[in-house]
Design a protein around this ligand. Structure first.
Ligand code: 2P0
Length: 322
């Protein structure tokens, strides 16, 4: 039996990925820029075991259908020249499938653990390309700090990978995650973003401005210009949700507490705190805070009706073998 374990941290996109240029290779239609989170992570152990009849998977203590994970392991097995089944055991230290990027940390941890267990030594870039096959956002979770994912141009997807913009300790931003619902979302991201050409009249506009948004964000990050980073983050979030709302059938990932928390963030800003919101394919609100402002923001968000829990976190590290 060959076994390895890895930890990868969740990430939150500030410039959002939504839409694919190739569904089979899971190539994104747009690039994205994210921050990796210190305190939200997935630990995964992969054991290739020739006494197993088929792949098995356990997530958060429950046996699950290994379907999507098996498809991913097949890519690793093909690269390593083996067909041995595997057992996957994975734990998130946060709610799964609720818009907290569990597929990002999950597939990044799986990519690292599975390749190590299979005896493959891959560069961070090759691991990012592999993790992308599992989930687009997972390509970013290989890296700590602030990270850019490239959409790439090549048909084989070898230029669609993530790389760091700023290291974990280069800018001590803080993030408050306000959890408003612990249930899994009803429409997962892959389905929500499928076939947007046919399903949204806003998709052309989304694609047309993606490169400008990415370059503005890249410059603002390099200049440590928090107000611009925050304003671009809120804009990209609202634009994403405009696209989601415009999709047939319309995707409404927000609940009442999500909207209350968005207003609360803007009120905090009006009263002098440096904070901006972002929201993914789920009802949780993530507040991006300038260094030193996270505690005050967490205390305010905890008072918002419908906010169940807040978590304050700093920027996280690269994924690592345990
Ligand atoms: C992001 N999201 O950039 C965007 C913003 C959610 C909203 O990436 O189909 O789970 O597996 O590539 O990575 C969530 O999508 O989708 C996501 P797939 P993924 O973080």
């Amino acid at each position: 039996m060959k076994q390895a374990s890895a930890r990868a941290h969740s990430n939150i996109a500030l410039i959002k990925y939504w839409g694919k240029r190739d569904a089979r290779l899971n190539l994104p239609a747009v690039g994205s820029i994210s921050i990796t989170l210190a305190d939200l992570y997935t630990d995964t152990t992969v054991s290739f075991d020739d006494t197993l009849a088929a792949d098995q998977a356990r997530i958060g203590g429950a046996e699950v259908d290994p379907g999507r994970l098996s498809g991913f392991l097949d890519i690793v097995r093909e690269t390593a020249g083996t067909n041995v089944p595997a057992r996957i055991v994975s734990e998130n230290n946060f709610p799964t499938g609720a818009g907290l990027a569990s597929s990002a940390s999950g597939f990044a941890a799986l990519a690292l653990a599975a390749t190590r267990a299979a005896g493959l030594e891959m560069s961070p870039r090759a691991l990012s390309i592999l993790a992308r096959r599992g989930s687009g956002s997972a390509a970013r979770s290989l890296f700590g700090g602030l990270v850019e994912m490239h959409r790439g141009q090549d048909e084989d997807g070898l230029d669609a990978f993530a790389e760091p913009i700023l290291a974990q300790n280069a800018w001590p931003l803080e993030v408050v995650v306000a959890i408003t619902d612990n249930a899994s979302k009803k429409v997962n991201s892959t389905i929500g973003m499928s076939d947007l050409d046919a399903r949204s009249d806003f998709y052309d506009g989304w694609l047309a401005h993606a490169e400008d948004d990415l370059s503005s964000m890249r410059e603002a990050i390099k200049a440590r210009d928090f107000a611009t980073v925050g304003a671009l983050s809120e804009m990209s979030c609202l634009k994403l949700h405009g696209l989601m709302l415009s999709t047939r059938p319309g995707l409404i990932y927000w609940n009442a507490a999500t909207v209350s928390a968005m207003h609360a963030v803007r009120e905090m800003r009006a009263s002098g705190l440096d904070v901006y919101f972002t929201i993914d394919a789920g009802p949780q609100v993530k507040a991006l805070c300038a260094p030193g402002q996270g505690q005050a923001v967490a205390a305010e968000l905890a008072q918002v009706p419908g906010v169940l829990e807040t978590r304050l976190t700093a920027l996280g590290p690269d994924a690592a073998v345990l």
